[in-house]
Design a protein around this ligand. Structure first.
Ligand SMILES: O=P(O)(O)OC[C@H]1O[C@H](O[C@H]2O[C@H](CO)[C@@H](O)[C@H](O)[C@H]2O)[C@H](O)[C@@H](O)[C@@H]1O
Ligand SMILES: O=c1ccn([C@@H]2O[C@H](COP(=O)(O)OP(=O)(O)O)[C@@H](O)[C@H]2O)c(=O)[nH]1
Length: 849
């Protein structure tokens, strides 16, 4: 596309960054975070000299990007895209012309105002370091653009190769091609290496310009590694990623050889956006099925860290088209075109010449229509703009030949001396030429085989206020989900259906046309590119603040010595201890393919040193100990039954008081209502089936829960099996049962809904007070140590911010260490407490206590 750059963007293009004020957008504050941001925005707006002087905002559709504002105060929006909104052309020594780049991404972002925006991207030209590169950099700086220079080889492998032959194809449901030559395999490796290298170059350039507080918005499939690279350099950076193409079904995506690397890298962003809910759902499903992560209604969760995933349908700027249609040159153009095509209906196609746009299918449907309705032959014509795109890629070159062949055939067959059915233009139109064409068209044909959104359909609607022309729209374009009500939807693979749709559109009554147009017009004016950008950025700010708040919940490392002192000083103490992997000695399971839970039970032993420490602690009348475990009652009883401590089995489902506690019996009591367990048998059957398929995994069947554990299996294979197992469970035995599925690091547990350690802890404290008197639960020191899962074990939140002391007590509870993700510790002192992942055997039991 960059090759046919002719016009100067300053004369004939929508504004790409009309931000004379350099201000952030005024979005309606929705919550506390929004209000804070809105305050900041107002501050930055009032500080803006240009705004303060009341300079008019640039006219949409006409203005050039605003000058850079490197010295301006306040956060900026940094848009990082493969391509800058302008592509460079050499004029003369030290002089460069800039041409607006093509495609919906640039059109949409061009319609966005109100941000202090800086662009980072490739300028579409190869230049060695030196005077000319410096001159171009300066020219671009005047448009708030920062170039990332790439060499020809990198662009070929990264852009033509990995981006367009691999990712673009696959994301549009075109299967990856395999060549029998060994060199082809190497090519993919080189392309992948170049893709990573190019992403690193973008990251390096961005980091040279980034200022703390800036919002970084990464665009599209070209830069999927960028969120990870940026976060590695600055963990606090606000990073959003938006995909402009479809995200395919995980069944398609999983064919990609580097599927995991790309997913993991984009997941580092704070917010991930797609055009439609379907694409977002596909992405979440790819993360759950390929990475084994958990999909939630808000996004994807990895060990307690959430990446927000949501749909943000893009739009365009209808006002720039309305303004353009009033210009005298555009009106003259409209008049000329009307005169030229008088007496005939005009159909229009505007596409980059791309396989996904379904241009051959459109032509074939037109041919079919003419064949079936010869009476229309000299009464209708199709203007097809096929903008050259990615001209270096062989598939695009083949498409061009094929398209020309079909056009030639149709024109040869159905044309006459006075009429040419298809006006096919292999060229880029200027914005104002396009406006005129849109305005005189009776029927627009958008026949994409797949399309992220398709803004041409929006633009057509924007220019049809007078005519109320008909939009024939592929059901495979993202736009079908927003403009489907007013358009005639077609399956582009069904040529007969499309031919019928053409007839329907050409003969539709004016009343119906106006009704359909009104429907679509309402949509495009409500869902503009401005709304899209404002919503995304506002959501990104919120998400980032929420993530920071969550991170603050992760306590700092504890100081061991201080913890011991705190323990000594405290008058009353509570120790909440896990069992498995906290008090036990780890053992290597024998290398046999089949393992049974009974065997595992037999090997699992409490570390003798730890046991004697726990014994001493229990003997202390001021220290209360409770062992909190997923294990069943019998195991806990057999191991700790003689000690003067509390036991909570099956994650708090059952509790037993110490044998010596006053009024205590050796009876287990249920902490929550004993649930219906009708589902257990069928779940166990599924688990058994997976045990057979997964060597060295085993099933633990308890009274009210069942666990499939693969900690001794091959971890990679186990993870894949766990993913499959989850699918089986969700669609099978538990689909209507009152259960929770809890995914551990190497296990899957099904348990009654609502059983949680937080709730059980609350019941335990009540039981303690009932047994030992109302003061028994007044602790000055609390330690919780165990390999508790982050998501389901809400012990953390139970203690967090809670003072077990009377309000005037000097000690408040404080969160402790996370020296290992699953190990938590709390203390009642001001200073945090140390607890090592190896358990607390080395330090938690002070000598002489
Ligand atoms: O930069 P190119 O390789 O020349 O390609 C042009 C752009 O094509 C793609 O556009 C997509 O974005 C539109 C706006 O969101 C959407 O309506 C359309 O369906 C997509 O195809 C590509 O995603 C961009 O990155 C390119 O710049
Ligand atoms: O000759 C042309 C053809 C297209 N476009 C613009 O290119 C964009 C195409 O965006 P769309 O979302 O339809 O598809 P994409 O090309 O991004 O896949 C639209 O804004 C068009 O106005 C243009 O400026 N000149």
């Amino acid at each position: 596309m960059e090759n046919d750059a002719e016009e100067d963007a300053s004369l004939d293009s929508p504004s790409i960054s009309a931000t004379p004020s350099g201000s952030l957008p005024e979005v309606q504050p929705r919550n506390r975070v929004d209000r804070l941001l809105a305050q900041r925005m107002r501050k930055s707006q009032s500080g803006s000299a240009l705004n303060g002087e009341g300079e008019a905002a640039a006219e949409p559709g006409e203005a050039t990007p605003s000058p850079p504002a490197p010295e301006e105060e306040g956060p900026r929006l940094i848009v990082v895209a493969n391509r800058l909104p302008v592509s460079a052309g050499y004029a003369s020594e030290g002089k460069w012309t800039l041409q607006l780049s093509a495609g919906g991404l640039v059109s949409a972002l061009g319609g966005v105002q109100g941000f202090n925006t800086m662009w980072v991207g490739w300028p579409g030209i190869f230049l060695p370091a030196g005077r000319e590169r410096d001159a171009l950099t300066q020219t671009l700086a005047a448009k708030s653009c920062v170039p990332v220079f790439l060499d020809a080889k990198t662009v070929d492998l990264y852009y033509n190769g990995f981006c367009n032959s691999v990712l673009w194809s696959l994301f549009h449901y075109v299967p990856l091609q395999t060549d029998s030559r060994l060199s082809e395999t190497r090519t993919l490796q080189f392309q992948w290496a170049a893709y990573q290298e190019a992403n690193r170059r973008f990251a390096d350039v961005l980091m040279r310009h980034y200022r703390v507080g800036d919002v970084v918005w990464v665009q599209d499939y070209h830069l999927m590694m960028l969120p990870a690279l940026l976060k590695a350099k600055s963990v606090d950076m606000k990073v959003g990623w938006f995909l402009h193409t479809p995200f395919p079904s995980s069944e398609i995506y999983r064919a990609l050889p580097v599927r995991e690397e790309l997913l993991r890298a984009v997941l580092k962003a704070d917010l991930i956006g797609f055009h439609t809910y379907d694409y977002a759902r596909h992405f979440v499903s790819a993360c759950t099925r390929i990475l084994g992560l958990e999909g939630t209604p808000d996004g994807v969760e990895d060990n307690g860290v959430l990446t927000r995933v949501a749909a943000f349908p893009i739009g365009m700027d209808p006002s720039s088209f309305a303004t353009a249609l009033k210009r005298s040159d555009v009106r003259n153009n409209i008049a000329q075109l009307k005169k030229r095509f008088a007496g005939r209906k005009v159909m229009l196609g505007v596409d980059r010449l791309d396989m996904i746009k379904g241009i051959p299918q459109k032509l074939l449907a037109f041919e079919k229509f003419l064949d079936e309705h010869p009476e229309w032959c000299d009464k209708v014509l199709l203007v097809q703009i096929a903008v050259p795109s990615r001209v270096e890629v062989p598939e695009y070159q083949q498409l061009r030949s094929m398209t020309h062949e079909i056009v030639g055939r149709i024109n040869g067959h159905y044309g006459s001396l006075t009429h040419v059915p298809i006006h096919h233009l292999d060229r880029h139109m200027t914005f104002h030429e396009l406006c005129a064409l849109y305005a005189i068209t009776d029927v627009a044909l958008v026949t994409s085989l797949r399309d992220g959104m398709n803004l041409v359909s929006y633009e057509y609607v924007a220019c049809q206020a007078a005519n109320a022309g008909v939009l024939v729209l592929s059901e495979f374009a993202g736009a079908a989900q927003s403009l489907g009500a007013g358009a005639i939807l077609v399956n582009p693979w069904n040529i007969n259906d499309m031919a019928a749709a053409i007839r329907n559109a050409l003969t539709m009554s004016e009343t119906e046309r106006r009704q359909r147009h009104r429907q679509n017009y309402m949509h495009i004016t409500a869902h503009t590119s401005q709304v899209w950008a404002d919503t995304f950025i506002s959501e990104l700010n919120d998400t980032h603040v929420e993530a920071e708040l969550r991170t603050k919940h992760i306590p700092p490392l504890l100081d061991e010595e201080m913890a011991v002192n705190d323990f000594r000083r405290a008058k009353r103490r509570l120790l909440v201890l896990g069992y498995n992997a906290t008090l036990t000695t780890s053992v290597e399971a024998p290398r046999q393919p089949t393992l049974h839970f009974d065997q595992i039970q037999a090997w699992t032993r409490v570390n003798p040193r730890v046991y004697s420490c726990v014994q001493k602690l229990c003997a202390d009348p001021d220290t209360v100990v409770i062992i909190f475990s997923g294990a069943d009652k019998s195991k806990l009883e057999e191991t700790f039954g003689e000690l003067d401590l509390w036991l909570a089995a099956e994650n708090g489902m059952f509790m037993r008081a110490p044998p010596t506690a006053s009024n205590a019996s050796k009876e287990w009591v249920s902490l929550v209502d004993v649930p219906n367990t009708d589902w257990m048998e069928s779940v166990q059957l599924v688990f058994d089936y997976f045990c057979e398929r997964t060597p060295r995994s085993f099933v633990e069947a308890r009274e009210t829960s069942v666990v499939w554990n693969y900690k001794y299996a091959d971890s990679e294979f186990g993870r894949l099996q766990a993913r499959d197992l989850l699918q089986h469970l969700w669609t099978g035995p538990i689909s209507n049962s009152p259960v929770d599925i809890v995914q551990g690091s190497k296990s899957v547990e099904v348990r009654p809904v609502g059983v949680s350690k937080g709730l059980a802890m609350q019941r335990f404290l009540q039981a303690l007070a009932a047994h030992d008197g109302p003061d028994a639960a007044d602790f000055e020191f609390v330690l919780v140590a165990g390999h508790f899962l982050m998501r389901d074990e809400n012990l953390f939140t139970f203690f967090e911010g809670r003072s077990l002391q009377p309000p005037d007590h000097p000690h408040s509870l404080k969160l402790g260490s996370l020296s290992q993700p699953n190990l938590i510790a709390l203390t009642a002192q001001d200073q945090p407490y140390v607890c090592k992942p190896s358990g607390f055997q080395s330090h938690a039991v002070p000598d002489g206590k």
